[in-house]
Design a protein around this ligand. Structure first.
Ligand SMILES: CC(C)(COP(=O)(O)OP(=O)(O)OC[C@H]1O[C@@H](n2cnc3c(N)ncnc32)[C@H](O)[C@@H]1OP(=O)(O)O)[C@@H](O)C(=O)NCCC(=O)NCCS
Length: 155
């Protein structure tokens, strides 16, 4: 496994983020979309970087609003997948969410995205609903997945 660490990242990593984003999604976020997130006080971006050369290997973007965390984006460079890096990013996010006394973490995912579904289910996220026609590019529905913190199972 690649030696790595999780760090908070800002716009200075934008080029590296966009390279991974373009390799990871058919409809990637634009540079402006990431810049918009960096300018929002409730939006956080963490990256997983190599401890040898400090290159960005993956990232997660999420909102923390009151007691809820909403994951907006998560990607790992294709050359470093299946090495536990998304697992490391999500573990970091869950730790932060627990420290912030959050009630739940939620996200939307494409039903066709088997790797992402496998990842979220391995963390205990459960399917709580569907957002019809959520993805504008394919008109695919989104599955709404939630990780309930502690014993609070009300949504
Ligand atoms: C989804 C994604 C972030 C996973 O990143 P990753 O670093 O390869 O994931 P990890 O190595 O940490 O895998 C953790 C677990 O997720 C699941 N998983 C990951 N890739 C999988 C795959 N291709 N098929 C099935 N399950 C998979 C497994 O349970 C895995 O544990 P295991 O390797 O012990 O079996 C990566 O595939 C990616 O960037 N995809 C493109 C972007 C994307 O779809 N983002 C999510 C949007 S909702």
């Amino acid at each position: 496994m690649t030696n790595h660490e999780i760090i908070a990242i800002d716009a200075s990593r934008l080029e590296e983020i966009l390279a991974i984003e373009t390799l990871s999604f058919g409809s990637p976020w634009s540079s402006a979309a990431f810049e918009g997130e960096f300018s929002q006080p409730h939006s956080f971006t963490y990256g997983v970087v190599s401890t040898t050369d400090h290159k960005l290997l993956g990232y997660i973007v999420f909102w923390l609003v009151e007691d809820e965390v909403h994951i907006l984006n998560l990607a790992v460079h294709p050359a470093f997948r299946r090495e536990g890096l998304a697992n490391a990013l999500l573990t970091h996010l869950v730790d932060l969410s627990q420290k912030a006394m959050c009630r739940m973490v939620f996200l939307e995912v494409r039903p066709s995205n088997r790797p992402a579904l496998g990842l979220y289910e391995s963390f205990g996220f459960v399917r709580v609903g569907i957002r019809p026609n959520y993805y504008t590019d394919t008109k695919e529905d989104a599955l709404l997945y939630t990780l309930f913190m502690e014993d609070d199972n009300e949504y």
